[in-house]
Design a protein around this ligand. Structure first.
Ligand code: NAD
Length: 440
């Protein structure tokens, strides 16, 4: 099948590449010339495990192409995936200008039947608007607009696309469903379901999924804060609730808050759509408020530990990306945490295995950048852990102690056992657990 993917970001690049991997001829189009030029030279603009080799193979075999000629990509494709960004506007609603721009272009270039698949996360009713725009430009009804929300996780995006838990296809058209089913069949060979529903419900499903996941994180974070307050231990509580099959363990890890390009913007966008429809909800706003507060928790602990002598101290930060296995720093808790530390008069040196370039764009010379985890600790009076990269889980604690001026760790992801850290001579602060003083 000839497939066009418009918008070559995290979603479009992964989706386009995986669609080529199953034998389709895919053309990926984007307005960003620099990005397309990189991709044409087999260089990839993002960090995503496993993606580079897939792109190289499919490009070499001629099934995967990149272009800035969006009109031509539309003309050449039977199926067009829209995967452009839908960032937050000031009021929290989704900015749909890129989606609408692509819809108009599709309308201008429509000839013969085309299937338009919206993969961007968009508010309920956007599919109707895309349809209207295409109709207005093309004066034709020889097309279908399907909602096909994407659930991939950055850091495991290739796997998630190749083996999705489920595929959602929102359409009232049997023909559109049949084509979509054919496209997705290679990825659901283990019988994971392809679920058909109406387009509005498909659009809503994506927002509900992300809001539910964000709610779980904010819920466990709030419970962790109450544990700290009352002298309980969130680790024990987690175990105590997780074996209840109605609750489970997944996504119930307390920490320094969620970030990324999806949860914050999608929870806000759903709250805003609900508001505009006349429904004044409470939960979505609370999820975001708890998260905002959570991102400052680590900063509060640092402030309390050092007291009046904080001004001018160096603090080392491990982890900048909003989660491990990605270089994405959009809405990353590290941004709020580092800014909070700087406001306290602290000097920051930070390290991340892959997000250093992104961090330099955000912080410039406001902070220093470490060459490796241990060099980052030089002259520092404490270490703050923000992202739970695997390489931070079992570090050389002797080396950490030697490098730090004071043996203090503020762990925003609860990756260490407090008892171990006490034995190793550290003061240790984590989330939802009592602070630990060195036992020797
Ligand atoms: P991104 O910002 O990484 O990429 C968007 C791309 O669209 C950019 O390369 C940009 O240049 C391009 N673009 C913008 N306007 C364009 C236009 N008019 N024509 C052509 N290209 C244009 O975004 P992303 O993270 O890939 O997200 C894309 C959509 O998918 C969003 O709606 C997002 O909410 C959703 N989504 C993202 C993820 C994720 O993990 N990142 C997961 C599921 C869903």
């Amino acid at each position: 099948m000839n497939i066009g993917v418009i918008g070559v970001g995290y979603v479009g690049l992964v989706a386009g590449t995986c669609l080529a991997e199953s034998g389709n001829d895919v053309i990926c189009a984007d307005v960003d010339e620099e990005k397309i030029n990189l991709l044409k030279r087999n260089r990839i603009p993002i960090y995503e495990p496993g993606l580079e080799e897939l792109i190289a193979r499919n490009a070499k075999e001629g099934r995967l192409k990149f272009t800035t000629d969006i009109d031509q990509a539309i003309i050449d494709s039977e199926v067009i995936f829209i995967a452009v960004g839908t960032p937050s506007k000031e009021d929290g609603s989704a900015d749909l200008s890129a989606v609408y721009e692509v819809a108009r272009r599709i309308g201008k270039n429509l000839a013969g039947y085309k299937l338009i698949v919206d993969k961007s996360t968009v508010p309920v009713g956007t599919g109707d608007k895309i349809e209207e725009l295409i109709k207005a430009e093309s004066h034709s009804t020889n097309f279908d607009v399907v909602s096909n929300p994407e659930f991939m996780k950055e850091g495991a995006a290739v796997d998630d696309f190749m083996k999705p838990d489920r595929v959602i296809i929102g359409t009232g058209s049997d023909l559109a469903y049949e084509v979509m089913h054919r496209i997705y069949e290679p990825y659901v060979r283990t019988e994971n379901p392809i679920i058909r529903m109406d387009r509005r419900s498909a659009e809503m499903t994506k927002y509900v999924a992300n809001s539910m996941l964000a709610a779980k994180i904010s819920f466990i974070n709030e419970m962790a804060n109450i544990c700290e307050q009352l002298g309980a231990d969130i680790d024990s509580v987690r175990k105590g609730i997780g074996f209840d099959r109605r609750i489970g363990f997944q996504f119930l890890f307390p920490g320094a808050g969620y970030g990324g390009s999806c949860f914050p913007k999608d929870v806000d966008a759903l709250a805003q759509t609900a508001e505009e429809s006349g429904y004044h909800g409470k939960i979505l706003k609370a999820i975001q408020e708890v998260n905002q507060r959570q991102k400052r928790k680590v900063v509060d602990k640092v402030k309390k530990h050092y007291g009046k002598r904080i001004n001018g101290l160096w603090i080392a930060v491990w982890g900048l990306a909003f989660k491990p296995r990605t270089d994405d720093m959009r809405e990353a808790p590290a941004i709020d945490i580092i800014n909070g530390l700087l406001e306290l008069g602290v000097k920051v040196r930070a390290y991340d295995p892959v997000a250093m370039e992104q961090a330099k764009r955000i912080f410039g010379d406001k902070i220093e950048y470490g060459e490796n985890p241990y060099q980052t600790l030089e002259k520092a009076s404490g270490l703050v852990i923000v992202t739970e990269w695997n390489e931070f889980r079992r570090p050389n604690f002797q080396k950490i102690r030697q490098q730090l001026l004071e043996p203090v760790i503020f762990d925003g992801r609860n990756i260490y056992d407090p008892k171990d850290l006490a034995k190793l001579g550290f003061s240790y602060y984590s989330i939802g657990r009592q602070p630990i003083k060195p036992s020797k």
